[in-house]
Design a protein around this ligand. Structure first.
Ligand code: PLP
Length: 287
């Protein structure tokens, strides 16, 4: 079943989603990500997605960007100490039901985010979209931050790299299925994430995603999730939307597999209805 945005809004008011997080009156999620003035990616997109899923959105901005629908022109990282102060102040008072981490820009920002995470309530799901570069190849995380980003993955509920990000993080060749499986094992075994979703959208052929999970008996389960190629041309911010939809659903108490499945349908629906708002990449649609 494919849900429309309208279905999701109605379900969030009085439908079955209400009972998924017993005791939590208003589910909430925190996005730690960069600002995209177009609204198609980054914090602006995350907050729109949280709202679609009936989740109150909190946001800590890691960088400003100058960009349009074609290109990123400038990245201005936030002061790392201010990112940390915002997180510490926020988490002293509010308890997000899930956290999504996206663009982090610099090594210092990554390290300061890492310092704040122990303040989360134990067991808070953390979804990390390890944003390294924009589609126009502009760097959104400085290269020297890779080691810190790998360290940030320790204990994360889910990491959602695309093929390039998985290759850079794990130094594996992700151009074939076997290499993706090896990369997933590295993400779980070496870097300590509980699960990895390696997105196949940049692959030639079927854009299947790989979901790897650590099971309770300690073994790793790998599933290939079939994807359908939707010929939408370049669409901006799909990775941000996917990871924030998963975080929103986890904040509502959904189990991981079901959150991943629904978030993938949500993005597929957005791709099928992608809309041109500017002269470059299209934006996910909600029709
Ligand atoms: N700007 C920000 C703030 C982002 O977080 C991202 C992606 O995560 C982008 C731009 C790039 O989006 P795209 O890959 O669609 O170019």
């Amino acid at each position: 079943m494919r849900l429309t945005a309208a279905d999701l809004t109605i379900r969030s008011v009085d439908g079955p989603m209400q009972s998924e997080s017993p005791g939590a009156k208003t589910p909430s999620a925190l996005s730690i990500a960069g600002s995209d003035p177009t609204g198609g990616a980054g914090i602006q997109a995350d907050l729109q997605v949280f709202q679609r899923f009936g989740v109150h959105g909190m946001a800590v901005i890691t960088a400003l960007t100058v960009q349009d629908s074609e290109k990123v022109y400038q990245v201005l990282p936030s002061f790392p100490s201010v990112v940390l102060d915002q997180l510490r102040t926020l988490l002293r008072d509010l308890r997000p039901g899930a956290v999504k981490i996206g663009m982090l820009a610099t090594d210092d920002v990554v390290r300061n985010v890492m310092l704040a995470l122990p303040q989360l309530q134990p067991g808070t799901p953390i979804v990390i979209d390890p944003v390294l570069a924009a589609s126009d190849r502009s760097r959104l995380l400085e290269r020297r931050a890779i080691g810190s980003l790998q360290a940030l993955l320790e204990g994360a509920t889910l990491v959602t790299p695309n093929l390039h990000e998985a290759a850079e993080l794990t130094e594996r060749d992700t151009s074939n299925r076997r290499g993706c499986q090896e990369a997933a094992v590295v993400l779980l075994e070496e870097f300590g994430c509980k699960a990895a979703l390696i997105k196949g959208g940049h692959r030639d052929g079927a854009p299947d995603d790989l979901l790897a999970r650590r099971l309770e008996d300690g073994s790793i389960e790998i599933d290939w999730l079939a994807g359908e190629r939707i010929e939408a041309g370049p669409v901006h911010g799909t990775g941000c939307a996917l990871s924030s939809a998963i975080a929103a659903l986890l904040a509502r108490g959904r189990p991981l597999e079901s959150a991943v499945a629904e978030a993938r349908s949500f993005v597929a629906h957005g791709l099928a209805h992608a809309t041109p708002l500017g002269g470059g990449a299209r934006f996910l649609g909600s029709a």
